[in-house]
Design a protein around this ligand. Structure first.
Ligand code: ATP
Ligand code: MG
Length: 444
């Protein structure tokens, strides 16, 4: 910031609006029910498969991601929010994804001590990308990770979880694409063939790909540049370099998917952005979201735990972009209807009627009933007419009305806000019973 800018800032009126950070969104009340619904479905899903929840901090040492994701990846090269701790100079990063941090935690807490673990996580991730539909700087992921299992059964299991999730959410047209990255030695042979092929066609490479030719040629296959697609189509395929063991694993995963009626398409160009994958990799894609069509992806990452300093153990998992999934639910019309705010809305006229109304509201809440107590915006009072408008808008099924006349008779009125509009007087200490009866009656 220049000194002149600083001066202008200093002079800016204190009441000037301060906006949120670009690409980082508020979750507004109108959308809260959708997120809650998704959370709920995810919790049920993880329970159904015996996955346990693990939460890591949002900030980690930068090295966790440099080592865990790999230096030559979009995320580490250009997307991380990294900063130096002001007090001790530590290099820190807002987590851009969940796996590396989860593995850090599993190693640090010795969680694989008693054998393999099935885990899941959810939370905000941060990547410095160009914000657009389905691409934000703070976004949310849900992910599952199965650690310590080597066989193709677990690859198939986590994929089945994904398919069950799309079904539960009412999402149609989500396609599964799958590939095998084999093992390091197989990739090395493929890499040599790939470099050779791209070297021969160097004039056709774009700037990014030319850079990757030396650092991470596999990633060239991932390029979205339309001008490079023909070149990429003709490149040597990794699948042709796989040895028998890798092929057996890949075939077994496919056979298990087939036996469970999960269609999938082999996409030889699917390499995933992160460095740590081997064998099975997969993505779920849709045509409904434009350029941001990948809603989830993952695969096997057997080398990662050892690479992060733990005792070698195989692992696999996937992560899903929650904003993209909700957007897909929205375009496919499978979002749940917005929920009402409460069951009962309580009206009063201030003073002693407020005291009585508050006591009644608490009594109802103790019985598990959702209650909104009217509070006058001016702190004084409001007409029953304007209160009744608020009661209607709240979605409550019934209003409980305590005015001075009612209080004088030790009564309250209960008004049906939905079906009949009927209103009747009940004794104050019979309000709970009357409300329960009314709610049960209304739901029959
Ligand atoms: P993309 O190719 O779209 O950049 P990616 O390969 O970087 O995705 P992963 O690291 O595999 O994504 O993350 C898993 C999922 O998280 C993605 O499939 C996507 O649904 C979601 N995701 C990734 N980056 C963003 C973002 N910036 N904003 C919203 N969702 C995202
Ligand atoms: Mg990305």
């Amino acid at each position: 910031m220049t000194d002149q800018n600083k001066d202008q800032k200093a002079q800016a009126p204190k009441t000037q609006r301060i906006n949120g950070v670009r690409g980082m969104n508020d979750l507004l009340p109108a959308d809260a029910a959708q997120w809650a619904h998704l959370d709920h479905v995810l919790r049920d899903l993880t329970r159904a498969y015996g996955y346990e929840f693990l939460r890591t901090p949002i900030v980690e040492a930068t090295a966790v991601f440099q080592r865990g994701i790999g230096e030559v990846t979009d995320i580490v090269e250009k997307e991380m929010y990294s900063f130096e701790d002001r007090l001790n100079g530590e290099q820190l990063t807002l987590r851009p994804e969940g796996t590396a941090a989860l593995v850090r935690s599993v190693i640090e807490n010795n969680l694989l001590y008693e054998g393999p673990k099935r885990l899941w996580y959810t939370g905000p991730m941060f990547r410095h990308e160009r914000p657009q539909r389905g691409r934000y700087r703070q976004f949310h992921q849900f992910g599952v990770e199965a650690l310590g299992f080597a066989g193709p059964d677990i690859d198939a299991e986590i994929i089945l979880m994904g398919q069950r999730l799309w079904d539960e959410l009412g999402l149609k047209g989500v396609r599964l694409e799958i590939n095998s990255l084999g093992q390091a030695d197989e990739r090395a042979k493929h890499r040599a063939a790939l470099v050779n092929y791209f070297e021969k066609n160097k004039v056709q490479l774009d700037e990014d790909s030319e850079r990757r030719l030396l650092s991470n040629p596999l990633r060239i296959l991932d390029s979205k540049n339309p001008e490079m697609q023909t070149l990429i189509e003709g490149a040597p395929k990794l699948l042709d370099f796989l040895g028998e063991e890798s092929l057996t694993h890949f075939n077994a995963v496919q056979a298990l998917l087939k036996a469970n009626n999960i269609p999938c398409k082999i996409n030889p160009r699917l390499v995933r952005g992160l460095d740590y994958y081997n064998l099975t990799v997969f993505e779920w894609v849709t045509d409904e979201l434009g350029a941001q069509g990948t809603i989830a992806g993952g695969g096997r990452y057997d080398p990662l735990i050892e690479r992060m300093g733990g005792k070698a153990a195989p692992a696999c998992g996937w992560a899903m972009g929650m904003e993209r999934v909700l957007e897909l639910m929205s375009v496919s019309g499978s979002l749940p209807e917005a929920q009402t705010q409460c069951d009962i809305f309580v009206l009063h006229q201030g003073g002693e009627t407020l005291t009585a109304a508050m006591i009644i509201a608490e009594r109802l809440r103790s019985a598990g009933i959702d209650v909104i107590l009217f509070c006058p915006p001016d702190g004084q009072s409001a007409s029953f007419k304007s209160q009744m408008k608020k009661a209607d808008a709240s979605g409550a099924a019934f209003a409980v009305i305590i005015g001075p006349d009612e209080l004088a008779k030790n009564e309250a009125q209960i008004k049906d806000l939905r079906a009949s509009g009927e209103q009747k007087a009940v004794p104050l200490d019979g309000v709970l019973e009357a409300v329960i009866n009314a709610l049960v009656g209304a739901s029959e």
